[in-house]
Design a protein around this ligand. Structure first.
Ligand code: 6PG
Length: 480
């Protein structure tokens, strides 16, 4: 039997495309397996050029792989993944490598890595971004797992990853669940970016009365400049699509209730646990939930709004303001996402190189964008950068964008147009740069009703006030 150097389990569209991508690279022979053989046969029939080695059961699949056996699982995240891992650990041997290429929750990956490691087999959770097209032609890949598995896996993954400026979009992110953690944050940023773009579209449409086709042209133009990115590019495509049945812009026929598969929620839940304010990402998740509450929306549709509608005197100036607000808010989403990566790395003991992450997001993935190079540069200049937005390049962006950003957020509020991601990003920015925050008052309130104590600005120690109205008596609190 022909020996394959890599195998794929799970031949739905992502798995099939990844298998074809692997087979198309020199030096690879690809074993394939699917729970029902029908899918395997369909792939064999459709792509004889791939010269796949097809297996009918797990034993045959294992026998078709050269050692160390390496298999990438491409099944829906969740219980299905555990079943495949169990089956593979039965037929694999110590030193072999099982890769989970699905969107697994990183804590599941940590658990699975620990359990599989006990058998001597390597387990690697690898985030793979780029959708169907990326899987076929070159995704961005975020693998975790052991150093040992990276030795075998690295060259294979490099052979199929997207290439950005001559470099493959894959790096060994860190141990155990680090890869899936970073993929989760990638998706959180993806949610924020999509919501920001959607808010920009809505503001331009309601502010200037332009049609979706006209706004498509604006996005295409933006894609020539500093906002160049995959998401801006596909937005232009979506907006110019006409519905074949009604002749209307397709965006007007699509039900306005956004779905989700959960990775955005995970990003926010995880960041809350880590104490990281990923407010832009959270607003994007909340905006999807709000959109998907038709009963509440119907009940609230007659609530009072502002008496005046938006009036834009100079449409071109307004559109430029929206562009700048989008750019500034996007920088905030990335800054918050990288904060979560730093906190996650600290919490779980991963050595994650932030600049490398920005590099592997330059190609293949959904959030690929021109300005990722600036993020890599920012971390190269200052690896200890405490907030991405404070890097000199981004300080310049903020200086250029802030007036426009403020004006757009205030126009939106006055006109009753929801712009939650724009406005929360601005509030985060102002909160971060404030000399003094009203958190001092919150501390006072906490001490008043719960004797929770506070620190002072003028001396060390922990204090509690005997709250007596117009005169304060303080006492130092012994916290030991
Ligand atoms: C990617 C995408 C991909 C998928 C997500 C988002 O990086 O290729 O992020 O993983 O599109 O599952 O899906 P939802 O919007 O449905 O949560």
């Amino acid at each position: 039997m022909t020996q394959a150097n890599i195998g794929v389990v799970g031949l739905a569209v992502m798995g099939s495309n990844l298998a074809r991508n692997l087979a198309s690279r020199e030096g690879n022979t690809v074993a394939i397996f699917n729970r029902s053989y029908e899918k395997t046969q369909t792939l064999l029939d459709a792509h004889p050029e791939a010269e796949f080695v097809a297996a009918k059961d797990y034993a045959e699949f294992a026998a078709s792989l050269s050692k160390p056996r390496t298999a990438i699982i491409m099944v829906q995240a969740g219980k299905g993944t555990d079943a495949v891992i169990d089956a593979l650990t039965e037929v694999f041997e110590p030193g072999d490598i099982i890769v989970d290429g699905g969107n697994a929750l990183f804590t599941d990956t940590i658990r699975r890595e620990k359990a599989v490691r006990e058998t001597g087999i390597n387990f690697v959770g690898a985030g793979i971004s780029g959708g169907e097209e990326g899987a076929l032609n070159g995704p961005s890949i975020m693998p975790g797992g052991s150093d040992e598995s990276w030795v075998t896996l690295g060259p294979i993954l490099k052979s199929i990853a997207a290439v950005a400026e001559g470099e493959p979009c894959v790096t060994h992110v860190g141990h155990d669940g680090a890869g899936h953690f970073v993929k989760m944050i990638h998706n959180g940023i993806e949610y924020a970016d999509m919501q920001l773009i959607a808010e920009a579209y809505d503001l331009i449409r309601r502010g200037t009365g332009k049609t979706p086709a006209e706004i498509s042209a604006i996005f295409s133009e933006w894609n020539e400049g500093e906002l160049e990115s995959y998401l801006i590019e596909i937005t232009a495509e979506v907006l110019k699509q006409v519905d074949a049945e009604t002749g209307k812009p397709l965006v007007d026929v699509i039900l306005d209730q956004a779905g989700s598969k959960g990775t955005g929620v995970w990003t926010v839940q995880t960041s809350l646990d880590l104490g990281i304010p990923v407010s832009g990402i959270a607003e994007a998740v909340f905006a999807r939930s709000l959109s998907s509450k038709p009963a509440q929306r119907a009940a609230a549709s007659s609530l009072p709004g502002p008496s005046e509608t938006i009036s834009v005197a100079d449409p071109d100036a307004f559109i430029e303001n929206v562009r700048l607000a989008l750019y500034a808010s996007k920088v905030i989403a990335y800054s918050q996402g990288f904060d979560a990566i730093v906190a996650g790395a600290e919490q779980y003991g991963w050595d994650i190189k932030k600049g490398e992450i920005a590099k592997i997001w330059r190609g293949g993935c959904i959030i690929r964008a021109r300005f990722l190079n600036r993020i890599t540069e920012a971390y190269a200049e200052n690896p200890g950068l405490v907030a991405l937005v404070t890097a000199p390049f981004f300080v310049d962006v903020m200086a250029r964008a802030q007036d426009a950003w403020r004006s757009v957020v205030s126009d939106a509020a006055k006109a009753g147009i929801p712009a939650p991601a724009f406005s929360s990003s601005l509030a985060y920015y102002d909160g971060l740069r404030a000399d003094r925050l009203p958190a001092a008052l919150v501390q006072g309130q906490r001490d008043f009703f719960g004797a929770h104590t506070y620190k002072r600005t003028d001396k060390d120690g922990t204090f509690h006030t005997l709250w007596s109205g117009d005169r304060t008596e303080i006492e130092a609190v012994d916290t030991h």
